[in-house]
Ligand binder design. Structure first.
Ligand SMILES: Nc1ncnc2c1ncn2[C@@H]1O[C@H](COP(=O)(O)OP(=O)(O)OP(=O)(O)O)[C@@H](O)[C@H]1O
Ligand SMILES: [Mg+2]
Length: 356
């Protein structure tokens, strides 16, 4: 539905050139929910604006629903209003002087699809039902809560039944609880409508929970594109490992074809292709994959002392010191370990990640 090939975009300013996109490749299938995840300034909004036609790329091609929408070499540029997209941004930009109905009806009345009056009312009602705001048609937009305003913005984006929905951090103005509720709602709504969605966020939890597919971006490039569970279980680079979820990192060096030496000892684990003996590597393991035993110094395990404990209710994060090396361990909330206690530490070999 959306196909992006070698997309580049730079901005020239007095302070020189900023390469916002350095060659983005991405395909979003019909009805797929694709999330662009990355830190501030990595190019998420720029990518979205290129898809929307609000920004003209400097190189590469962009195809929407089988039609070339941008191609600098072929001098093709399809304007925003002809792209059949709906957009929701961080600032909902709903009109304060209009009521809910008028806000949602706006794209139908002013947009390119001229529509009969009674049909407008029907479509607006349908869109408001979808976001569970039916009955609030006459409410002034200013008399709505943050979450309700956000729903109005969503209804407005979807009232024209666009093929593609673009969303740029639409939940970031909401408080934590509402954000989680809206996350679930948002997924339901987009699946119910079957709209192809490209969604931007810097919040990894949001990306993992919403995306059918997650693209982790850094410095104008996509580093990894995969389903959420794969991004979490098999981060393909050190950056992705650092950015998505919690990780323990340990420096080590390669001492054999499948052997890494680190402060925890010599580990028989495979190293990435192209990493030769004597190279330095970074080992990574998630806190929930580190196991603790109350018995100190069990055979085949390391021994450490618990130095801190962060109780979270359903879980707890312990810090364990092993020969001066500190590891985070995530355990169920009801596990009984206390600060100062000695414990056996076990890390299954297949839970280690190795990065050059
Ligand atoms: N109009 C512009 N003029 C100059 N530089 C720009 C412009 N728009 C974006 N940039 C630069 O391009 C890079 C990518 O910006 P972009 O807005 O796409 O990042 P982002 O990933 O959306 O970040 P954030 O999470 O902070 O919204 C940044 O370095 C930014 O400063
Ligand atoms: Mg942005």
């Amino acid at each position: 539905m959306i196909r992006i090939r070698g997309l580049k975009k730079w901005f020239d300013s007095r302070r020189g050139r900023v390469e916002a996109l350095r060659g983005i490749d991405l395909e979003v299938a019909e009805k797929e929910f694709c999330v662009l995840l990355g830190p501030s300034g990595c190019g998420k909004t720029t990518t979205l604006r290129c898809v929307a036609g609000l920004e003209k790329p400097d190189a590469g091609e962009l195809e929407i629903a089988g039609t070339i929408a941008n191609s600098p070499t072929r001098r093709i540029y399809v304007p925003t209003e002809k792209r059949d997209i709906g957009m929701v941004f961080q600032s909902y930009a709903i009109w304060p002087h209009m009521n809910v109905f008028q806000n949602v009806a706006f794209p139908l009345i002013r947009g390119r699809k001229q529509i009969a009056k009674d049909l407008v009312a029907e479509k607006v009602r349908h869109a408001l039902r979808l976001v569970q705001l039916d009955g609030l048609e006459d409410r002034p937009a200013t008399d709505l809560s943050g979450g309700q305003q956000q729903r109005v913005a969503m209804a407005r984006a979807m009232v024209t039944e666009p093929k593609i929905l673009l969303m740029d951090e639409p939940l970031s103005n909401l408080d934590a609880r509402l954000r989680e509720q809206m996350r679930v709602e948002l997924k339901k709504i987009t699946k119910a409508v079957g709209v192809t969605t490209l969604y931007v966020t810097h919040d990894q939890a949001e990306a993992l929970s919403l995306g059918d597919k997650v693209c982790v971006m850094y410095n104008g490039e996509i580093l990894q594109t995969a389903p959420p569970h794969e991004v979490y279980a098999k981060p393909n680079s050190l950056f992705v490992a650092q950015f998505v979820g919690e990780m323990n990192f340990i420096k080590g060096h390669v001492t054999g074809p499948s052997q890494v030496e680190c402060p925890l000892g010599t580990l028989p684990i495979p190293v990435p292709l192209g990493v030769s003996v004597a190279s330095s590597v970074t080992l990574a393991v998630r806190p929930e994959h580190v196991k603790l035993n109350c018995a100190d110094g069990l055979l085949d395990s390391l021994s450490g002392a618990i130095t801190s404990k962060n109780y979270l209710g359903d879980a707890q994060i312990l810090e364990v010191n092993i020969n001066g090396l500190s590891l985070l361990v995530k355990l169920p909330g009801d596990s009984e370990f206390s600060i100062g206690q000695k414990a056996g530490v076990m890390i299954p070999l297949d839970r280690w990640h190795v990065y050059p």
